[in-house]
Design a protein around this ligand. Structure first.
Ligand code: PLP
Length: 382
């Protein structure tokens, strides 16, 4: 039972079918002028149109990257560098619950590039107060970076309030929407989003490909220098098969946007009700402002790694936090930011396109048994 769709999702068969010709035969470089190159280029541009259509932007505003990490780094560093070079200031605002791809990019701007930053903490429910974010903006603020939805506890952030207010003040907003796309509403125009990062493997596409939406009026210095592909911002030979897969996956996610979040929400609610019915189990993050596929719980009297392994032995794949955190002994920065107690197990279950009702029922049984057994054996603490 795979309940770790926030870490990665299975490749959709239709995505694989669309990618296959570009792995098997269509090897031409999309920048080449001959027929093989032109065919590959057409496929890349068709994918760009699919992504643009799914997000309600123009194809010119879609830049393909190697994934969410690169897209976040490009947006944060590129916007900050350009604004400082233009003399607009060197202050950045972000939140304490961002993915490391944003947090560490901001930390590097501060440590190595002479920027200052204000890192706004979330409220105890895992949602950042929009007024606190806006209060952190100063005359020399050149960028605000706020994720659309948190990858660990699944909380939805108030872009609908923050975005328009920032636009009125002329401050660019970047959002890491890696977890939100295909699961929650994203209104780039209405919310005044200047830059937005996505990763294809989070929406049933391939790994190693993602994209940055960069609105037309926003200039960025590139991270990579080279052949000048994609508006001169993202040099490097196009990853034809990956980009084609990303396009098809984005189109599929957009088609399902009316129905899939509702279906996922039903599964998630049954899962949460079952988990929370076990004694000493509580919810992390807001129940209302949360991604429809995410159930994140704290479990008293159990060690997190021990519980995760017990579930794994019973064929339930869950996570103790974000994928990058699993295996690392340190307590998650997101859980710390919301004041979650460190002496409990914290588990994330995330549903997806392949998840069924029967799997949810079985996962609840396995969880309940594992908690009972572990507690009986002393909690599994080392
Ligand atoms: N941002 C968020 C919110 C994520 O969840 C992830 C992946 O876990 C990333 C960024 C990084 O994306 P990628 O794996 O494509 O580099």
């Amino acid at each position: 039972m795979y309940l770790d769709h926030a870490a990665s999702t299975p490749l959709d068969p239709a995505v694989l079918a669309a990618m296959r010709p570009w792995l098997e035969g269509g090897f031409g470089n999309p920048s080449s002028q001959h027929a093989l190159g032109r065919q590959a280029r057409e496929a890349v541009e068709a994918a760009r149109e699919q992504v643009a259509g799914a997000l309600g932007v123009t194809p010119l505003e879609v830049l393909f990257t190697s994934g969410g990490t690169e897209a976040d780094n490009q947006a944060v560093k590129g916007i900050a560098w350009t604004a400082r070079a233009a003399g607009r200031g060197a202050h950045v605002v972000t939140t304490a619950i961002e993915h490391h791809a944003v947090l560490e990019a901001v930390e590097w701007l501060v440590a190595a590039q002479g920027f200052t930053a204000t890192v706004v903490p979330p409220e105890p429910d895992g949602v950042v107060d929009p007024q606190r974010l806006l209060d952190a903006v100063r005359p020399d603020t050149v960028l605000v970076s706020v994720m659309a939805a948190n990858n660990e506890i699944g909380t939805l952030q108030p872009l609908d309030v923050v975005g328009p207010a920032l636009r009125a003040r002329g401050v660019p907003l970047h959002t890491d929407a890696v977890q939100a796309f295909g699961r929650a509403e994203l209104c780039l125009d209405d919310w005044g989003i200047g830059a937005l990062a996505l990763s294809a493997h989070k929406f049933n596409g391939p790994k190693g490909v993602g994209l940055l939406v960069l609105r037309r009026d926003l200039a960025v210095q590139p991270l990579l220098h080279g052949g000048g592909q994609d508006r001169g911002v993202r040099s490097g030979t196009f990853n034809t098969a990956g980009i084609v897969g990303c396009g098809v996956a984005a189109a599929l996610a957009a088609v399902d946007l009316d129905t899939e979040p509702v279906r996922l929400g039903g599964l998630r609610d049954r899962l949460l009700d079952g988990l929370l019915a076990v004694d000493g189990v509580s919810l992390n993050g807001s129940r209302v402002r949360r991604l429809p596929h995410n159930a994140h719980v704290a479990v008293e009297g159990c060690d997190g790694e021990a519980l995760l392994l017990a579930l794994d032995r019973a064929s339930v794949c869950a996570s103790t936090g974000s994928a990058c955190q699993s295996g690392a002994a340190s307590f998650s920065h997101v859980l710390r930011a919301i004041g979650a107690p460190e002496d409990r197990a914290h588990l994330r279950f995330t549903c997806g396109r392949t998840t069924t009702d029967a799997e949810i029922a079985r996962a609840v049984e396995v969880f309940s048994d594992a908690v009972t057994n572990l507690r009986a054996a002393g909690g599994g603490y080392l």
